[in-house]
Design a protein around this ligand. Structure first.
Ligand code: ATP
Ligand code: MG
Length: 585
């Protein structure tokens, strides 16, 4: 491709709309343009990268017997009604009406449509297992679109769905996908950590998120040297075991007037005591019944752990009316004193609190000098707080490492959730009707591109892994209007093209400094510079984007060298997969 003909418009300055590096660089390098909030044009350079990521994904999905299909982005309401998700997805689902007033949505995921395909097309156990996948635009009305394609409202996803007649068959496909995911990300230049994630109300057994560690990530993962890793929602840790606390004999419970002091922050300010001296009591409605959950004032309640610990399907914070009915008090003044122990759940840390402060279940009042066992009884101690820096691994006891991360993929054993709801069945070997067992496997294609740039850049621009760079190589004469330099450049460009190298040729008659800057910004992994030495000594400069020094190479050898380097670089990427560890489940 001749750069003079490319639709590239690089920018010197960081665009105002962008905060994170990948977003800035995608705009500056002319890959991406915003159309509306969370909606983008992928310009040719950006689309080329996306296409290369898709190719890698296709190769790896096909290698594990995935069959590609394409489902419609526009889905009829009726299908989503069958699983209850027309309601459940709330404002995240883009909805529209046709001219007859019929309801549709824009698919944010495709379990409903694929299950409809399965119940119509797959009749017999002989057709199982089967895995179908697509690479397609998804729509989600995200509350906070962010960081360019990292969190868009319209984005490209690879979503795969598998159908099985036994749990063992699902387990096997899950392991295949786990391995394929590792390979896909490695081939895109990314080292990922698979972490345990919460299956959510869907239930099911296993699911893993593939995370890339990055300070700009919205997720937090807790990792241990021993290989144990989980996202924040599922990060369990070893509960501290201490000696029973010693409390001062003379202290006894006392009610204090705290008008309008309904948050921990306000309490800290008003009583001049740190948050770890308080108990935070929150009322939830769990499967329709109220319960009170208690953690230390400086901790956050983890709703996933609470839901799992209680063994309930639904969990939501209670509103003021519900709190009033349950405790007799109001929001911000709840506490366990006087509550029936059967409705009180506390984090084990509460056991060790002495002379603590909590709500008095009465508006504008708190208690001080409250002690567990004496002033209230906890029905159930379960770990319900978020993990924090310094917490220890439940497996080996070493301190967990908390890291920010970006979720690139998510694999999930769905079980029979969708096939039950949609009555998707097949005939087994005894001609009996059985419900499909399902798995699903998603990858954020456009998010991969952002994550790669986020982890592969320097002050001059992008440093692409060769596998997904928009072009593998750039050929550039220093002075385009020098006939000899231009002639040699054209020749090298032509030869590289003939050898199947994805090569760009900077044939613009611009200042060399400008062209060098552009090359670094766009991040061509290999660069051949044809200058005066080419004419004098028959040598051209060959430089890798991520190396400081260039080497001088004979003109007649440069093409073969480039071919070799590309091969070596691609092998290096694959060697990431040597560190692969099999799926733990
Ligand atoms: P998140 O927690 O980041 O919102 P999710 O868990 O809702 O993602 P999934 O339903 O698991 O996402 O979708 C599969 C993959 O699609 C994710 O792992 C992620 O890489 C990608 N993805 C999800 N939402 C977006 C988005 N708004 N923009 C870009 N990619 C996304
Ligand atoms: Mg996910």
């Amino acid at each position: 491709m001749r750069v003079s003909k490319m639709l590239t418009h690089t920018l010197k300055e960081d665009p105002q709309e962008a905060e994170v590096m990948s977003h800035k660089l995608m705009i500056r390098a002319g890959m991406l343009r915003r159309v509306s909030s969370g909606i983008y044009n992928y310009l040719p350079l950006g689309w080329k990268v996306i296409r290369k990521v898709m190719d890698i994904i296709r190769e790896e999905m096909n290698a594990i017997e995935g069959q590609e299909l394409l489902m419609p982005a526009m889905n009829p309401r009726e299908l989503w009604e069958e699983t209850g998700r027309w309601e459940e997805m709330g404002d995240n689902l883009f909805r529209l009406k046709d001219r007859w007033g019929r309801d549709y949505c824009l698919g944010m995921t495709h379990e409903e449509v694929i299950t409809d395909i399965a119940r119509k097309e797959i009749q017999s156990y002989k057709d199982l297992p089967i895995m179908l996948y697509q690479i397609q635009t998804k729509f989600r009305d995200e509350p906070r679109p962010r960081a360019g394609v990292m969190r868009g409202r319209e984005f490209i996803m690879k979503d795969a769905y598998s159908f099985h007649d036994s749990d063992e068959s699902l387990d096997e496909k899950y392991r295949d996908n786990y391995r394929a995911y590792w390979r896909i990300f490695a081939r895109c230049g990314m080292e990922t950590v698979p972490v345990k994630a919460d299956p959510g109300p869907i239930g099911g057994t296993d699911n893993h998120e593939f995370m890339v560690l990055s300070p700009v990530g919205e997720d937090t993962v807790f990792l241990c040297e021993c290989g144990n890793g989980a996202n924040k929602e599922m990060a369990y840790f070893k509960d501290e075991e201490k000696d029973p606390p010693v409390r001062s004999k003379e202290s006894s419970r006392e009610k204090i007037h705290t008008p309008g002091v309904s948050t921990i922050e306000k309490l800290c300010k008003s009583l001049k005591i740190s948050a770890d001296r308080f108990m935070k009591a929150i009322v939830y409605i769990a499967d329709g019944k109220p319960i009170m959950a208690i953690v230390r004032g400086d901790r956050d309640i983890n709703q996933v752990k609470l839901r799992r610990g209680l063994g309930v399907k639904t969990l939501a914070m209670a509103n003021d009316d519900e709190i009033l009915k349950f405790t007799g008090g109001h929001l911000g003044f709840s506490g366990p004193v006087g509550m029936d122990p059967s409705v009180v759940v506390a984090d084990p840390e509460i056991k060790y609190m002495v002379d603590t402060i909590c709500g008095a279940n009465e508006k504008d009042y708190h208690f001080r000098n409250v002690n567990p066992g004496t002033d209230f009884t906890v029905g159930k101690y379960i770990q319900i707080r978020d993990a924090v820096e310094g917490d220890k691994c439940p497996e080996c006891g070493k301190v967990l490492d908390a890291k920010r991360s970006i979720e690139l993929g998510h694999i999930f054993k769905l079980g029979r959730k969708y096939s039950n709801d949609m009555k998707a069945t097949f005939l087994d070997d005894k001609s009996e009707r059985k419900t499909f067992i399902m798995g699903c496997y998603g990858i954020g294609v456009t998010r991969i591109v952002a994550a790669v740039i986020e982890t592969h850049n320097d002050k001059n621009g992008i440093i692409w892994p060769i596998s997904i760079a928009p072009y593998e190589c750039l050929v550039m004469p220093v002075m385009y209007n020098d006939d000899e330099q231009r002639g040699i450049s054209e020749e090298i460009y032509k030869k590289l093209k003939e050898k199947g190298i994805d090569v760009a040729y900077d044939d613009r008659d611009s200042r060399p400094g400008f062209k060098f800057k552009d090359a670094d910004l766009i991040g061509y992994p290999l660069r051949v510079i044809v200058g005066k030495k080419a004419i004098k000594d028959g040598l051209v400069e060959l430089k890798l984007r991520d190396e400081k020094e260039a080497q001088m190479v004979k003109i007649e050898e440069v093409v073969d060298m480039i071919i070799d380097i590309i091969k070596v670089e691609k092998t290096k990427l694959m060697s990431f997969s040597d560190r692969f560890e099999e799926c733990p489940c």
